[in-house]
Design a protein around this ligand. Structure first.
Ligand code: UD1
Ligand code: MG
Length: 415
């Protein structure tokens, strides 16, 4: 069966209350990764056709986040979720198979859950399957209306619901599987006859019902997965769930995390066995941490590669690689493509920028080593500075020669 997907990501996100008029909601990050990227990654393994992301408000930012993995379709005016899907009509309407529709603001959805939805759709011979969930607090979500035979009749949004309907705790997760051709035929018949004057995607189900098509529900058990981010309280809630999900997986794979509530590790980080992560540590970006390291407390790492047997205490390190058995910190700042060999010591109040630090170097305290290559076993004295800026002139990146501070077994200091 051909499977395509449409991810809705054009909405403004008014409830995020940002000062920045171009800040699309789905570009807010959790653990350094934008919300919509989580959704793309969850659906990607299931799609054998194409994924389209509908962008609009703050669309250039959203486009930049997903265009390597999905097609981009613009929704210039945001007239509702149904209107958003309609924009993909020129690209999809003549395709056979199933189209998954997801919202870009539900980062906790997993591939396994989406797979269940597709199976329900296929095995039960549905024309449309809506993923629903029975939640403790249904406020804000579309309510699922079922008839006396318990079949899904349609969806009523919070603002259009009667008091009785508002008591319904089975809600729309915003995720659907549709027979593709029928979806695009019926989208043309949607009307904006509701409290928000928008074309609601959920109303397609009512149109399907009128045509006698088969509609079903795929029930999501874990209500955490459907959390839609509409404001910054929900953003923090989802971040907490994601953090614990990632930490749990790492711990079960052999990483010690002393305080999982206060450890923030991104989804693209790998960590080897027997590494110990101490409290208040953040590791983000595409970071690869080998085995048997001690990291933290109070350490920030982003886009770093760390070998084996290193100790990094209370330090801030970005875009850096180090090999084995280095001692870093406390209070080191290391950045801009610095490379560190093995058996070095980078101590307190040492800043490294775009430096190559060879094996056995010791820079134990209070130094700035920038745009530098330091030879094996050099001992860098306290207060040493190497820089490409003399207060007036900065050597341009292109023409800059690395400052060579000692080649082998040297001891040096400069003030
Ligand atoms: C939507 C559903 C609701 C469901 C909930 C699940 C509708 C009308 N309501 O409500 O039934 O319970 O999701 O989280 O579908 N978007 C566009 N273009 C638009 C409008 C929205 O692309 O014109 C996108 C948004 O960027 C967002 C998604 O669609 O990613 C959902 O929109 P949102 O405003 O968050 O809808 P909810 O109120 O959460
Ligand atoms: Mg939402």
């Amino acid at each position: 069966m051909k499977i395509n997907a449409v991810i809705l990501a054009a909405g403004k996100g008014t409830r995020m209350k940002s000062l920045d008029p171009e800040h699309s909601k789905v570009s807010y990050p959790i653990l350094g990764v934008p919300l919509v990227r989580y959704v793309v990654n969850a659906v990607r393994p299931l799609v054998n056709g194409k994924i389209y992301t509908i962008v609009g408000y703050g669309g250039d930012a959203t486009k930049a986040i997903v265009e390597d993995l999905t097609g981009i379709v613009w929704q210039r005016e945001q007239k509702g979720t149904g209107h958003a899907v309609l924009q993909a009509s020129p690209f999809l309407k003549d395709e056979d198979g199933v189209t998954l529709v997801l919202c870009g603001d539900t980062p906790l959805l997993t591939t396994a859950t989406l797979e269940n939805l597709i199976q329900d759709f296929e095995k039960k011979g549905h024309d449309a399957t809506v993923m629903t969930c029975v939640v403790d607090n249904p406020f804000g979500y579309g309510r699922i209306i079922r008839n006396e035979k318990n079949l899904v009749e349609g969806i009523v949004e919070q603002r259009d619901a009667t008091d009785d309907q508002r008591k319904i705790r089975e809600v729309n997760t915003g995720v659907y599987a549709f027979d593709n051709r029928k979806l695009f035929q019926e989208l043309d018949n949607l009307t904006a006859d509701n409290a928000q004057g928008e074309l609601y995607l959920g109303d397609v189900l009512t149109l399907f019902r009128k045509k006698g098509y088969v509609i079903g529900a795929s029930i999501l058990e874990d209500q955490k997965e459907m959390l839609g981010i509409n404001d910054r309280v929900q953003l923090a809630e989802a971040a907490k769930v994601m953090k614990l999900r990632i930490n749990r997986k790492l711990m079960l794979s052999g990483v010690t995390i002393e305080d999982p509530d206060n450890t923030y590790i991104g989804p693209n980080v790998t960590i080897g066995q027997d590494t110990i992560i101490r409290p208040n540590t953040t590791i983000l970006g595409y970071s690869t941490i080998g085995p048997v390291n001690k990291i933290g407390p109070a350490t920030y790492l982003e886009n770093v590669t760390v070998g084996e047997g290193n100790s990094i205490v209370s330090s801030y390190i970005t875009d850096t690689s180090m090999v084995n058995k280095n001692e870093v910190g406390p209070y080191s700042k290391i950045r801009s493509h610095t490379q560190i060999g093995s058996n070095t010591r980078i101590g307190n109040f040492v800043e490294l920028k775009n430096a190559v630090i060879h094996d056995g170097v010791k820079a134990a305290h209070l130094s700035y080593l920038g745009d530098t290559s330091i030879g094996d076993n050099t001992n860098v004295g306290c207060g040493t500075i190497t820089a490409n800026y003399d207060g007036k002139k900065q050597i341009s990146y292109r023409n800059r020669q690395r400052c060579l501070l000692g080649l082998r077994n040297n001891s040096c200091s400069s003030h």
